[in-house]
Design a protein around this ligand. Structure first.
Ligand SMILES: Nc1nc(=O)c2c([nH]1)NC[C@@H]1CN(c3ccc(C(=O)N[C@@H](CCC(=O)O)C(=O)O)cc3)C=[N+]21
Length: 291
């Protein structure tokens, strides 16, 4: 292996420590802690683990964590009613409804019901529109975390060729928007892209978010490319990313591992967004560039 390992765990720890310092200052000024409400519907094992680690990280950062666990057979109207209560609750700065929702529930309707100024996931169409048009809003945590890792690795991104593999509303599309805003030349590839190796051959930056284990092969990469692997695939061999790690690590300049890469940054960025939401709601200044 020749590639440098990008330590997302360490980067996330640093970000969380900075968020905790600023959360303590916020609490002094506002007389209350920033608050994050997390809603989990059903008993999906992976979701349950994520929600628990989000709650722990929230408290560790000096924020209030409000956890709402609802049964899998919750009616759409009851879930909407909970979102309405959280929207109206002054102690709640951020609302996250854990995805995926159990079958029968309309996720889009729920996400659209969240107050855009409490939408720390950045999934509301208003926040997608703000990102697309360069307005201040909330950026989805996973692509925001990827951007932070890229900037820490490369410094200036202007003029670089970036290929984003995957076009989801949660990762691929906002990732492409962030890289475009950072003056990269951006290609969005996906499962139906013809001749992916052709596109990757010129990519200085590769962000893989297709949800297929080992989809991206090292031979396709430009030597020295920086590779961000968003994939979290549970296979018999364990947790693996969307990039074939061994072959990629012998060609890339730097690469994120799975686990220990993008995942921890996602949670740290959620705390960051919650801190920003709290400041905006209280009218307390916070330089977003400071974190
Ligand atoms: N409304 C909503 N917002 C989300 O942000 C959201 C969601 N729903 N549903 C599920 C996905 C997934 N997600 C992850 C968060 C942390 C890790 C993470 O910390 N992973 C560690 C450990 C991985 C493990 O051991 O399972 C790592 O990669 O090192 C991974 C994945 C947030 N998501």
């Amino acid at each position: 292996m020749t590639a440098e390992l990008i330590d997302g765990k360490k980067a996330a720890e640093r970000l969380r420590a900075r968020v905790a310092e600023l959360a303590a200052l916020f609490a002094e000024d506002a007389g209350r802690k920033p608050g994050l409400a997390v809603v989990l519907v059903g008993e999906d094992a992976a979701s349950s683990v994520y929600v628990r680690s989000k709650g722990k990280a929230t408290v560790a950062a000096g924020m209030e964590s409000f956890e709402h666990r609802l049964p899998a057979d919750t009616a759409q109207a009851d879930l909407i009613a909970l979102v309405d209560r959280l929207n109206a609750d002054p102690a709640v700065d951020g609302i996250l409804v854990q995805l995926p929702l159990p079958g029968g529930l309309d996720a889009q309707a729920v996400l659209t019901r969240i107050d855009p100024d409490k939408d720390v996931d950045g999934f509301h169409p208003v926040n997608a529109g703000r990102l697309a048009t360069g307005l201040n809003g909330f950026v989805p945590c996973t692509p925001y975390g990827c951007l932070m890792l890229l900037k820490a690795q490369l410094g200036e991104l202007s003029g670089l060729n970036a290929v984003v593999i995957g076009r989801s509303n949660i990762v691929g599309k906002p990732m492409a928007a962030l890289l475009t805003a950072a003056d990269c030349t951006v290609t969005i590839a996906h499962s139906r892209t013809r001749n992916l190796p052709h596109h990757l051959a010129h990519a200085d930056i590769v962000v893989a978010a297709v949800g297929r284990a080992g989809f991206v092969r090292g031979e396709w990469l430009k030597p020295g490319a920086v590779v961000i692997d968003v994939g979290i695939n549970r296979t018999p061999a364990g947790l693996v990313g969307d990039v074939e790690f061994e072959s990629a690590a012998s060609v890339a300049g730097a690469i994120t591992p799975v686990p220990g890469g993008v995942g921890p940054m996602t949670i740290a960025c959620l705390l960051r967004n919650t801190l920003v939401a709290a400041h905006r709601r209280e009218g307390i200044a916070l330089d977003p560039q400071a974190i």
